[in-house]
Design a binder for this molecule. Structure first.
Ligand SMILES: [Zn+2]
Length: 1002
């Protein structure tokens, strides 16, 4: 009797593996014998990957105790058999359980706890054996039915020793068994898969620090000495490998492959760098690249798709953006700290980047600096584990305390610039130093500004433009916005960043036929044959102004929704004849995401292929880098899938929504969130958290823009979720500046300023920020002249209006001014609005230089003291007591009752009353009106001109009237906004610099 079966499996093991006919082998391995926790974690991750297989799903239901070698009886109940070392081989010893095996359906599942590197089995007649390898080989031999072997994740679970690894892969190849790692299948009958598998084996191979040190050191030396040390296709544009006359790459001493500049690229560089420095869009730059490509001056270098061309990306905004961007900078590294404007300015002024920027930033702009200086700032990831490694005199940099590898930063010896026909060097490919610096500066600014090419790219960035999802639209001939008589005009909106880094948008148009591509709509870089972009820009406008305007109009729109009398407004919107279908936008977004996904999948595949090629060439570091990139790209694909699934769910939810909306209510909290988020984005150069941006994409649909005089009129539909599901459609429209219509950096027109400050009621600082001017400029050049022209002439009235803490006051002023101007019928006015008008148009109004010109906080304290309880309210307190309590003089307290007449400045109003004939006590002023009489007091301080006109600086917080009883005062009720508390900033200072009226601390 022999010790082994005919299939070369040791008899005791063969018995334990059993007589099943599984087609799928599953292996999990944890290197520590008896570590139940580690083993369980491995099992869980395996089950999560392969859980779709019903047999694996069944195995995943086993209790943990079943896998406990100390409780073999529990395992046995589930069909688990324990294997010991002695079961593996006749030379093996040890009766501790090292693996559990179970057959369920078509699956044989092996749970191993053994190291894959230790040679467990000491043999006298040959190489010592690793227990895992013996077990895997035995499994493959024992079950001829196996079609696949699956591991949870990387190959280190399969085997870390190179010889063992090839034993297993060879066996699988001969047997035509597919190897599966983390769900990724490798069928070795396909050459690419075999190569990739080889690469994986190298990655998983055991560490060999000496070999790595040699390899890394050699590469570092090549970097330093100015060698290429890269495949030609991965080199920066403008250089290729130096070749001999037979076209073979030349190796030169310690430099290895040598870079050689391509003279024909001088023209390309000169044109592209100038265009980039001039702020041309990346799409337009790609159009230039495609033209040079057609002339044979440049060949696209895309290591993920060797056949890719620049021409192929035309018409696809995202692809052409990426194509052009990769000409200027590395796409895979963003500096962790973005340089400040000051640093960028210093660099632009000619300072050495080594003095100004950190290594991350220099690495980011390395391509531009290579062109500018001929020296390439390169980074080599270190493969030698351990801290404080120094190679060739260069110390490794470590990312943090936990980083065991780090990287080396090297500035190379000069790469040659090209030479002209006479053999003269063309420094910087003919690009001026200044232009190079402008290119790098733009790249750095774009790190902060949104990168979005048209809109949709920045899915994975933490912030993005809050509003960026503008789909194209058409206008028929003869309708508003039509540019052509013979066919429809197509309109689109494209993101721009101006030189100062401000986020802008441009409104573009073209013939409908110019937008039709062969498969998709063309991108906005093509305007018809012979047409150039500048002729097709109808308007340029500020993203922040748009966001502020949308916030304002959404806020007002929702306030009207809350007004019960305007519910009809909402429901009417439901039945507009040209009702946009919101699902169309979402479907469009799905299409965009699907088209984003395809190149990512290709890219991941390309990275895997490159990993295999690099590994084949013996470069483990590069192979590993590519493997990492493949994983990162795969993660992006997963994120896109999640977005798509969410949008699909939204569509189906919308379609199942109830059509009867008459008694429905919009979810106003969403609108409030949107208003706040848009206002915040408007203060942040248009940027918001990416999540908020997604909400905006889905809320604001059906955008339209058209130019009207010096303005751009925008409109869109806001989809507000309804309490019962589905969405209400709230049409919005507003007006912002067309900055294109205004030459240079001139100031916004009076109309714009008046609209922002008065019609929409923003405060002066917010208006100045939106228009990028100072408060002083706005006041002097626009606001004050307009006020005077419209009948607000008193100095105090002008100051109080621009400083007024209640936006409605400015809006009301605007209403009456424009009403008078367009001569329309006077709608009903209230005593309050009449009061506003008469106060602010009074040419003799005597008031301070602010809305609230005095410190009122202490007066509010005094009144609080006097209304503390019923007895005090009725009898008041001694003047002296009040003065002492507040740290004021008796005179100051008495002045609150009887203000001093003044020859200059304004006379302060009355806040308190005497409580007795002897005038020894003061009390709050009783409210004399209606049901308040005898019960309530005018105890709310309000030092505003329209209130003080009554002679009092207080109103009753119940009926919101002043205690005055003459004229229209008993019927003048102030809006509830007047219950806010404001005081003066105090001290000196001018309205030109800052508001003078602030919220009162009390
Ligand atoms: Zn009252």
């Amino acid at each position: 009797m022999t010790l082994y079966t005919a299939r070369k499996v040791y008899n005791p093991l063969a018995t334990k593996l059993g007589a099943g006919r599984p087609t799928s082998g599953h292996l999990i391995r944890f290197s520590l014998v008896g570590d139940a926790g580690g083993s369980a974690a491995q099992r869980d991750s395996h089950f999560s990957i392969y859980g779709d297989d019903p047999d694996i799903a069944a195995i995943s239901q086993f209790p943990d105790a079943a896998w406990d070698p100390a409780q073999p009886d529990v395992g046995a109940m589930h069909g688990i058999t324990w294997i010991t070392m002695a079961d593996l081989h006749h030379d093996a010893t040890g009766h501790e359980p090292i693996a559990a095996v179970v057959c369920v359906g078509d699956v044989v599942f092996l749970n191993i706890t053994l190291s894959s590197t230790i040679k467990h089995i000491v043999r006298l007649d040959g190489e010592d054996l690793n227990g895992v390898t013996v077990l895997v080989m035995s499994l493959l031999n024992h079950f001829p039915t196996l079609r696949e072997v699956c591991w949870a994740d990387d190959v280190t679970r399969a085997g870390r020793d190179r010889a063992d690894w090839s034993t297993i892969t060879n066996k699988c190849k001969i047997r035509d068994v597919t190897m599966v790692f983390g769900g990724q299948r490798y069928d070795q009958s396909i050459p690419g898969d075999e190569l990739a598998l080889g690469a994986l084996g190298l990655v998983g191979g055991s560490d060999d620090p000496n070999r790595r040190r040699r390899m890394t050191g050699k590469r570092l030396m090549k970097y330093k000495a100015g060698g290429a040390a890269l495949a030609e296709r991965q080199m920066p544009y403008g250089w290729c490998h130096k070749k001999d006359k037979h076209g073979r790459s030349v190796q030169e001493g310690n430099r290895g492959l040598v870079p050689e500049a391509q003279p024909e690229m001088a023209a390309v560089y000169a044109s592209l760098y100038q265009a980039h420095a001039d702020d041309e869009t990346y799409q337009d730059i790609t159009a230039r690249l495609a033209a040079y490509e057609a002339e044979g001056l440049i060949v696209r270098r895309d290591h993920t798709d060797l056949d890719n061309t620049f021409a192929r990306t035309l018409g696809d905004d995202n692809a052409s953006y990426g194509a052009a961007k990769s000409f200027f900078c590395r796409s895979d590294s963003n500096p962790r700290v973005i340089p400040s404007d000051l640093d960028i300015a210093r660099y632009l002024e000619g300072e050495d980047p080594a003095e100004v920027f950190d290594a991350d930033v220099r690495f980011f702009i390395a391509k531009v600096e290579l062109v500018r200086t001929g020296r390439y700032f390169r980074r080599l990831n270190n493969d030698i584990r351990g801290r404080n490694i120094v190679l060739d005199g260069i110390p490794a940099t470590y990312r943090d305390d936990l980083d065991e590898y780090g990287y080396f930063d090297v500035i190379s010896a000069p790469w040659e610039w090209p030479t002209d026909d006479q053999g003269n060097e063309i420094p910087r490919f003919g690009v001026p130093d200044r232009v190079c610096r402008q290119v790098a500066a733009r790249l750095l600014r774009e790190l902060r500004a949104p990168k979005a090419p048209t809109g949709g790219q920045a899915h994975h960035a933490p912030t993005r433009r809050a509003l960026q999802c503008f789909t194209s639209w058409l206008t028929a001939p003869g309708t508003l916005g039509a540019k052509y008589d013979d066919e429809a005009t197509q309109w689109g909106v494209q993101a721009r960043v101006n030189n100062s880094g401000r986020a802008n948008l441009v409104l573009l148009f073209r013939r409908q036929s110019a937008g039709e591509g062969s498969r998709y709509e063309r991108g906005w870089s093509y305007f018809g044959s012979g047409e150039t972009k500048p002729d097709h820009i109808d308007a340029t406008f500020s993203l922040t102004e748009l966001e502020a305007s949308v916030a304002h109009h959404l806020d007002r729109g929702v306030q009207q929704l809350l007004d019960p009398s305007s519910i009809a407004h909402l429901t009417e919107a439901q039945h507009r004849s040209d009702d946009p279908d919101p699902t169309a936008t979402w479907r469009h977004q799905i299409t965009l995401k699907l088209s984003d996904k395809k190149p990512l999948e290709d890219e991941a595949k390309g990275h895997r292929t490159m990993a295999a090629i690099s590994a084949g060439a013996g470069d483990e570091a590069e192979a590993r880098a590519y493997a990492t990139q493949a994983a990162e790209v795969a993660a992006k694909v997963v994120a896109l899938d999640a977005d798509i699934a969410r949008l699909e769910a939204k569509i189906s939810k919308h379609e199942s929504g109830t059509p009867s909306l008459r008694h429905d209510r919009a979810d106003v909290s969403v609108a409030v969130h949107l208003v706040a988020g848009l206002e915040s984005a408007a203060r942040n150069n248009g940027e918001s958290p990416a999540k908020f941006g997604t909400l905006c994409d889905e809320t604001f649909i059906d955008w339209r823009f058209h130019v009207d005089g010096e303005d751009v009129v925008w409109s869109c539909t806001a989809l507000l979720p309804l309490a019962t599901g589905g969405h209400a459609q709230l049409p919005l429209t507003g007006r912002i500046r067309n900055v294109r219509a205004r030459t240079g950096k001139s100031l916004a027109t009076t109309d714009t300023v008046v609209r922002y400050l008065f019609e929409e009621g923003r405060d002066l600082t917010a208006t100045a920020d939106l228009l990028q001017v100072t408060r002083e400029t706005l006041l002097k050049k626009r606001v004050m002249p307009w006020l005077v022209a419209n009948g607000v002439t008193a100095r105090g009235a002008k100051c109080a209006l621009v400083d007024h803490p209640i936006p409605e006051v400015r809006r009301e002023l605007h209403r009456w001014v424009t009403r008078a101007a367009d001569g329309s019928t006077q709608p009903s006015t209230s005593a309050y609005t009449e009061r506003l008008r008469s106060t602010y148009t009074d040419p003799d109004l005597s008031w301070g230089d602010a809305a609230v010109p005095d410190d009122t906080a202490w007066i509010a304290d005094a009144i609080r003291l006097l209304t503390a309880d019923t007895a005090t309210r009725r009898h008041g307190l001694p003047v002296l007591d009040v003065a002492l309590a507040l740290g004021k003089s008796e005179h100051e307290i008495r002045e609150l009752v009887k203000p001093q007449r003044r020859s200059a400045g304004f006379t302060r109003p009355v806040y308190l009353a005497y409580a007795n004939q002897a005038k020894t006590h003061v009390k709050a002023v009783p409210c004399p009106h209606g049901r308040c009489r005898g019960r309530r007091f005018a105890a709310h301080v309000s030092l505003l001109p329209e209130v003080a006109a009554s002679g009092y600086g207080v109103i009753c917080s119940h009926c919101r009237r002043t205690p005055a009883q003459d004229g229209a005062w008993p019927v003048t009720q102030f809006p509830s906004a007047y219950l806010g508390r404001w005081t003066s900033t105090g001290g000196s200072g001018s309205l030109r610099e800052a508001p003078r009226t602030i919220r009162s601390p009390r």
